[in-house]
Ligand binder design. Structure first.
Ligand SMILES: [Zn+2]
Length: 195
């Protein structure tokens, strides 16, 4: 797999890498043109613990928590994960298709995994996200907007937007107005590697 064309492309610089096997080739001709924002916490409502990395790499121990037994066999992933401190982990190269959206559609185009990048925020629908998470998310989104010409601010959506009735994340706790204001305001940003 390492020799597969494109595999070594699409890793962001300056983030921690945790490669997931849960990915595949994007369909020929698909262009990255959508960013999907999610939330996740494991166990639900708890932060830290490293369980999300285990989950996205198929190493979650079903015996450790009753909820883990329900999900341990699922094979899912996202390209990027931002923890409560704003630290970023990348699981899947952007050039490849991560398994984050499931049954989904945007602007009449189904199967959003084919043409999107999935970003998970550690959190829940109800708890406010941290300032560090907004900062990291905005910085990543700006990098991606520069890298992929088919992306635009109008094409940054929540999972709930592309899978309505089935998914609720990132939830009412995600402040879209705040996020877009930060995204538009270059003065609020620092280099990601700065302290
Ligand atoms: Zn989601």
């Amino acid at each position: 797999m390492m020799s597969e064309e494109g595999w070594e492309e699409g890793w962001l610089a300056g983030v921690r890498l945790c490669p997931s096997p849960n990915c595949g080739e994007r369909p020929k001709g698909s262009e990255i043109s959508l960013l999907v924002i999610h939330n996740i916490s494991l166990p639900p409502g708890q932060f830290g613990g490293g369980y999300i990395e285990q989950f996205f790499t198929n190493q979650l121990n079903a015996d450790e928590h009753s909820y883990f037994a329900e999900i341990a066999d699922l094979q899912v992933s996202a390209h990027l994960f931002i923890d409560r401190d704003g630290a970023v982990v990348q699981f899947v190269p952007l050039s490849r298709r991560a398994w984050h959206a499931g049954d989904s559609s945007f602007a009449g185009c189904a199967n959003c995994n084919d043409y999107s990048i999935g970003i998970e925020l550690e959190g829940t629908d109800a708890q406010p996200y941290s300032a560090n998470q907004y900062q990291s998310l905005v910085q990543i989104c700006r990098e991606l907007l520069l890298a992929y010409p088919a992306l635009s601010a109008e094409r940054i959506v929540g999972h709930s937007d592309i899978s309505p009735g089935r998914k609720t994340d990132p939830g009412p706790a995600f402040d879209w107005a705040h996020f877009f204001a930060m995204l538009a305001d270059t003065d609020t940003l620092q280099e990601r590697n700065d302290e």
